[in-house]
Design a protein around this ligand. Structure first.
Ligand code: GDP
Length: 403
């Protein structure tokens, strides 16, 4: 009899231990809950997204409660106790993305790099040909002054060269284009942490500005992925409270990589959302807070009031590390006008050129850097989640002229 009682006790203890194991292994997959004091903070969703399971490698097979085959035991499935958080996507590392995406650039930019090479290879470089070279550069949005400088230097160097082999021409053009773009600018997106005026640790703070439609929200989402891929934790601030779908769009980007999104009421005060986002970043001990701002270019005064206020209010928590201006590469001169207006309103520290895929307007890199005296730091090369690449002048020029 004693043996039977002992066996029952052992069985009950074993049952408890196994069900406890299953529950705790699931618990480990959960993200920490949002702090209860932040009602506007949206944690990643409770339901898994279709397709995410397949994308995230699992180290060991997960045991389901049904697989723990214990006749007579009644165990409540953990799913019934608390919903699972979706598996988080693992974005591609940011290093080498431009090289991976170069085909998109070279396919679309033939008229610039390849066009110049073809013209320079002509046997007789007469005035008409030099004019064609000039037109090619202007059509690609290089801008008047840089075009004249480049043509001048090419004329001199071709004269010195005498006979021109294709390799020599390619090297010459490569050197001159790199000179125009600049290879020694600091193109890092600065996200170093600091301290608040109250002495707390402060995340790196990045404001993303630009006219609606340039790809600002998409870029903020893609940049979150770049940072997560580089091992940083991110909080998103949906301070574009004027475009109805912007906050939802940003939140979806955040959920995919496990970043919280702080949002406010539609049409609410963008500055207060931005302030709360940084506050949340400080509370969470996040590495970076990315703030998507409203891009209504109604009047310069309106823009100035709005963006200026956002920046001033955020600065109550400490310095803003980056102000990235998003420009649509396909808009040419219009993009430059936007750049000028924004630069008068806030201190732009870096440029993001989107939609460089599918356009022959790669020269805008040169023109906008000249205009703002600020480096291009990132380029958008498609609508895919990881199609935002750190800008590398060498890879860019190689893509333009081909190896
Ligand atoms: P916002 O109004 O400035 O926030 O613009 P959105 O982020 O909503 O983007 C506007 C459109 O541009 C969307 O359809 C994006 O998918 C698209 N877009 C953004 N970046 C790129 C890019 O690098 N390449 C291409 N082809 N499309 C892009």
């Amino acid at each position: 009899m004693e043996i039977v009682i002992l066996a029952v006790v052992i069985a009950v203890v074993a049952l408890g231990a196994i069900s406890g194991l299953v529950v705790s292994s699931r618990k480990n997959k959960r993200l920490p809950p949002a702090p209860p004091s932040s009602p506007s903070v949206t944690a990643p969703p409770a339901e898994p997204h279709v397709g995410e399971e397949a994308e995230t490698p699992r180290e060991e097979p997960r045991r389901t409660i049904e697989e723990v085959d214990l006749p007579g035991a009644t165990v409540t499935a953990p799913e019934a106790q608390a919903p699972l958080v979706p598996e988080i996507e693992v974005p591609e590392p940011s290093a080498g993305r431009l090289v991976r995406l170069r085909a998109r650039l070279s396919r679309s930019q033939n008229s610039l790099g390849q066009g110049l090479l073809t013209l320079l290879s002509r046997e007789h470089l007469d005035e008409d040909t030099w004019e064609e070279i000039e037109d090619t550069l202007l059509t690609a949005d290089v801008g008047v002054a840089p075009t004249q400088e480049l043509v001048e230097r090419l004329r001199e160097r071709v004269k010195v060269l005498g006979t021109r082999t294709p390799d020599e021409l390619r090297n010459l053009l490569r050197t001159e284009l790199l000179l125009l773009i600049g290879t020694d600018s600091d193109r890092t997106v600065h996200t170093e942490s600091g301290v608040t005026p109250a002495g707390q640790d402060k995340p790196g703070v990045v404001l993303v500005v630009g006219v609606n439609g340039t790809g600002k929200t998409t870029t903020t989402g893609k940049l979150a992925r770049v940072l997560v891929a580089d091992g940083k934790s991110v909080v998103l601030g949906a301070a574009d409270t004027f475009r109805a779908a912007a906050a939802d769009q940003l939140q979806t980007w955040g959920e995919r990589v496990g970043a919280r999104t702080v949002r406010g009421p539609e049409g609410g005060d963008p500055a207060s959302v931005a302030f709360d986002a940084v506050k949340e970043g400080i509370a969470e001990g996040a590495d970076v807070v990315l703030i998507d701002t409203a891009g209504r270019l109604h009047t310069k005064t309106g823009l100035m009031d709005e963006l200026g206020k956002v920046k001033r209010v955020v600065e109550k928590h400490g310095v803003v590390d980056e102000v990235l201006l998003v420009l649509d590469a396909t808009t040419g001169q219009n993009g430059l006008v936007q750049a000028r207006v924004f630069a008068e309103v806030v201190n732009i520290t870096g440029i993001v050129l989107t939609k460089l895929d599918g356009t022959a307007k790669g020269g805008i890199v040169v023109a906008v850097q000249r205009e703002l005296k600020v480096p291009v730091k990132l380029v958008g090369l498609g609508e895919g989640a990881d199609d935002l690449a750190p800008f590398e002048p060498e890879a860019f020029v190689d893509a333009l002229i081909g190896d």
